[in-house]
Structures are given as structure tokens and as C-alpha cells.
Write a new protein. Structure first.
Length: 210
């Protein structure tokens, strides 16, 4: 029986450890999906077509800013193969976003940019869904767009997001941090911080004074 000293065991790695290091460290690893992607053979989620699956197409706003006075989807719903038509009224109050949740899933009463989603159609084929979108009638009340940031922060400017203080996300986090900071300040310091805060938020959204 051959024995090794403790120092020999620490200094000389086993052949198994050496092989593991040789196979991993410094060895390029091929991306398994690489050939499929570069050859165009890769299948993505949007390529999948399962039995009973419906196609969805959306109607988008042709104007940059305005009120939605009326949406008539009756002709689209009457088209054979159409299963459903959704508008902002069906998802009212549901907002999406990244840093701040300020984007309606479908425009709810107001459109704020060209291309905003106004209605969605679910149909049995892509062609039927596209045809149904064209049958949706929307009546808009177009309003002057806010294109100048200096004009947009004036008190006389229209409020693009009247409920911005209620939005989840970045502004809510700033509000919580601000309240915590103000609680530690005296009245004079708190007033100075409030002025700075109004100027900063004015670059994102104009809000009414409380």
C-alpha cells in the first residue's frame, strides 16, 4: 500500500481534477443554438402554430393626441372567424411600463402618440384579423399636440397624464424617498427641497400644485 504525506496531497492535484480543469478552463464552448439561428432553421415562439390558436392584430391611432369619442366594433365582430374585439374599456386602469407604469395596454379614452394601440382583434387566421381591424370605426376628437418641452411645462399646457402621481414605478419611489428625507429636515430645508423636486419632475410630466 502506497501512502502520501499531507503536503503531497495538497500540492499534487488528482488526475480527475486536472482533467476537469483542462476540459473547462480556456476551452471555447460552442453555442448549441448557433447553427440553427444562423441558418434560419431556429423556431421561435412566434413561429409556433398550435391547434385552436387565434391570431391577434391591433388597430393603432393615426393621430398624435386626442380623445376617443366612440369605438364601433360591430362590423368587425360580425366578420366570420372573429372571436373577440377588445378596447380600452375592457382593460381600463391596467398600465404597463418599465421604470414607471404609465402606458395603457389599450388607449383608454385618450391617445397620446401616433401608433398607440386602440383596439385588438382575435381571429382564426392572420388574414381575418387584419380584415377585422379595418372594420373597426373610431371617432377621434383631435387636440393640439405638445411638441415643445418648454411649452409643455407651462401651467396653461394640457395635462397629458393627469393621474401621474398615482402611477407605480419611478415617481412613486421618488415620492417615498422624498417623504423620508423631508421628515428629517426643518421647514426651511424642506421648502427648498420641494422647489427642487417640482423643477425636476417638470422635465418628465407636468403636474398640478397641491
Amino acid at each position: 500500500m502506497v501512502t502520501r504525506s499531507k503536503s503531497e496531497n495538497l500540492s499534487a492535484p488528482s488526475s480527475r481534477s486536472a482533467n476537469r480543469t483542462t476540459k473547462i478552463i480556456g476551452t471555447p464552448t460552442q453555442r448549441l443554438e448557433g447553427p440553427e439561428k444562423v441558418s434560419g432553421r431556429a423556431i421561435y415562439a412566434t413561429d409556433m402554430c398550435l391547434p385552436g390558436m387565434l391570431w391577434c392584430k391591433v388597430l393603432r391611432s393615426p393621430i398624435s393626441y386626442g380623445r376617443i369619442k366612440q369605438i364601433d366594433a360591430s362590423r368587425a365582430l360580425a366578420l366570420s372567424g372573429v372571436h373577440a374585439v377588445a378596447t380600452g374599456a375592457d382593460v381600463a386602469g391596467l398600465l404597463i411600463g418599465r421604470k414607471i407604469y404609465d402606458m395603457p395596454i389599450l388607449a383608454d379614452g385618450v391617445v397620446r402618440f401616433i401608433g398607440e394601440k386602440v383596439a385588438a382583434v382575435a381571429a382564426e387566421s392572420e388574414a381575418i384579423a387584419e380584415a377585422a381591424v379595418e372594420l373597426i370605426d373610431v371617432e377621434y376628437e383631435e387636440m393640439p399636440a405638445l411638441l415643445d418641452p418648454l411649452e409643455a411645462v407651462k401651467l396653461s399646457a394640457a395635462l397629458l397624464h393627469p393621474n401621474v402621481a398615482q402611477y407605480r414605478g419611478l415617481l412613486a419611489e421618488q415620492e417615498a424617498r422624498l417623504k423620508a428625507q423631508v421628515a428629517e429636515l426643518d421647514n426651511e430645508q424642506a421648502a427648498a427641497l420641494a422647489v427642487e423636486r417640482r423643477l425636476e419632475l417638470g422635465r418628465r410630466y407636468r403636474r398640478t400644485e397641491s
